[in-house]
Structure formats: structure tokens, C-alpha cells
Design a protein around this ligand. Structure first.
Ligand code: SAM
Length: 254
């Protein structure tokens, strides 16, 4: 069974306006937005980000969440909050609360998808859940981070995947990169070259590094090993730095 999305993230979580609104005028948000409002655990009086048909983003104060939800758009954001670049992060499961930090920061940085991956040298989900911070908290951490940074879309959070299943899931990416500290030739920028992909998969290894068999399997699946420079970064630093670089080189971080 391929791992599935556990938080309803992705396009279905967008609060979509049918027309370009006039600020400070209450509008009917439409019943079609009820599922998205539920995913955001929306409450009357709360402020969320909605998107118009031209990708314009508005902060909307929710006034009524009954059968016909209503709200007041009160400010148009200067830039779209969702990057045109979809970054899917396949992250080897780290210990304890480090994964929570990764979830929070990658959500803020605009990741499209986050998949926890069990690798030969990473902790398993069972071991991890036995150490206090439990995986059932993850969707809420993503939700809180998405609200705090005013995202319009919840990133897709997947159930933990085995290594091969994660590689399989990444087939929808145009470019696949593996952060590999053993890589000496390809820097991040060199690997990108003139490529301008719209969807990139980023595979991040565990504290103990990838096993050789995993490096070979990932290469065979089309992942290009890339270096993040001469220092060995902790896995959470590598994930945050990798997504930051991708948003800086190809996305909306500038
Ligand atoms: N155990 C490995 C060692 O001592 O060589 C280090 C693993 S590192 C702590 C955890 C993960 O972060 C790696 O598997 C890799 O995905 C990523 N990483 C850390 N530093 C990196 C670098 N300089 N270049 C590319 N990837 C890096």
C-alpha cells in the first residue's frame, strides 16, 4: 500500500473565491469551501488566507461558518503566498521533536509535500512514538504553522513511508535531488543548471547518513545526489537549508 496523505493538504485545502472581492465587503464564500474550512479547523472570527481566480491572496475574517459560510476580505496580500514551485520533501525520520521542528519550518518555507521516511539508519515510527512526542501531533503542527505564516494551502503531510515506497511516490516530480554528504561534484546550483522545474523532490537522509544500498536505489530511481557544502549538517538543518535554497533559486524566496 503506498503511503497516503493524512491531513487533507494540497489543492483541496485552498479557500477559493469565485470572483475578485472588494475589501471590507462581506461575501458568501460558497458551500464548496466548507471542506477546506473544515480542514483548517476554522472558527467564526478567525482570519484565514483565501485565493481569487487570478492567484491573488486575501486575508479574510470569517463571519459565519454555517451552511453558507461568509467572510470579510479586508486586505489583499502584495504577493501570492503559495510558491509556483512545488517542493516535496522526503525526510528520513529523525528522533524526538526534531521532526516537529522540520514540519514547522518546512511549512513556513512553503513546502508542498512532506513525507516522513523510514531508512536503514533512521529511527522507526514505533521507536519514535515510544519517545514521548507522538506522530498524531504532526497534522496539528502543520496546521498551526500554516495559519501562523498565512499560507493559503496546507502542505500535504503523508504517513510514514518505507524507503522504496517513498521513491515510488516521488515519480511525480520533474527533478529529484538527494542531499548526500558524500557527493563531491554536484553543488546544488550546478545540479539545477538551467533547469526550471515546477516540481522538485528533495530526499534528506538520517543522522547516520544513507546506507550505500539506499544511495544506489535512489540513483536508480532518478535522484541526483547533491552537496550542501563542506560541513556536515544535522538532518533538520539540511532539510531547512535545502528547501531554502530551492525557494531561493527557483521559487519565491528573494
Ligand atoms: N552520518 C553522516 C556522516 O557523518 O557523514 C552525516 C549524515 S547528516 C548528519 C544527515 C543528512 O543530512 C545526510 O544524510 C544528508 O542527507 C544531509 N546532509 C548533511 N550535510 C550535508 C551536506 N554537506 N551535503 C549534502 N547533504 C548533507
Amino acid at each position: 500500500m503506498p503511503p497516503s496523505c493524512v491531513n487533507g493538504g494540497g489543492q483541496g485545502s485552498l479557500l477559493q473565491l469565485q470572483t475578485i472581492p472588494v475589501c471590507e465587503q462581506e461575501i458568501d464564500l460558497g458551500r464548496e469551501n466548507l471542506p477546506a474550512l473544515e480542514l483548517w479547523n476554522a472558527r467564526p472570527g478567525e482570519i484565514l488566507t483565501a485565493i481569487d481566480p487570478e492567484r491573488g491572496c486575501y486575508r479574510v475574517r470569517l463571519t459565519d461558518l454555517a451552511e453558507d459560510p461568509r467572510g470579510v476580505p479586508f486586505v489583499r496580500l502584495p504577493r501570492p503566498v503559495e510558491s509556483r514551485l512545488a517542493i516535496d520533501v522526503y525526510q528520513a525520520l529523525p528522533e524526538k521533536e526534531r521532526f516537529e521542528l522540520i514540519l514547522q519550518k518546512l511549512t513556513e518555507l512553503g513546502a508542498f509535500r512532506i513525507v516522513p521516511v523510514e531508512t536503514a539508519r533512521s529511527i522507526t515510527l514505533v521507536e519514535r512514538d515510544a519517545e514521548q512526542a507522538k506522530s498524531h501531533r504532526w497534522p496539528d503542527i502543520v496546521l498551526r504553522a500554516a495559519k501562523q505564516c498565512r499560507r493559503a494551502m496546507l502542505p500535504e503531510l503523508f504517513a510514514a513511508a518505507g524507503f522504496s515506497a517513498a521513491l515510488q511516490l516521488a515519480t511525480d516530480a520533474e527533478l529529484k535531488l538527494m542531499l548526500y554528504e558524500g557527493e563531491e561534484t554536484w553543488s546544488f546550483a550546478e545540479a539545477l543548471g538551467r533547469l526550471r522545474p515546477e516540481r522538485v523532490a528533495l530526499l534528506v537522509g538520517p543522522e547516520g547518513g544513507f546506507a550505500d544500498t539506499e544511495v544506489n536505489e535512489a540513483r536508480a530511481a532518478g535522484f541526483l545526489p547533491v552537496s550542501l557544502g563542506p560541513r556536515i549538517l544535522r538532518t533538520e538543518t539540511a532539510a531547512i537549508a535545502g528547501v531554502t535554497l530551492l525557494q531561493g533559486l527557483l521559487g519565491d524566496l528573494c
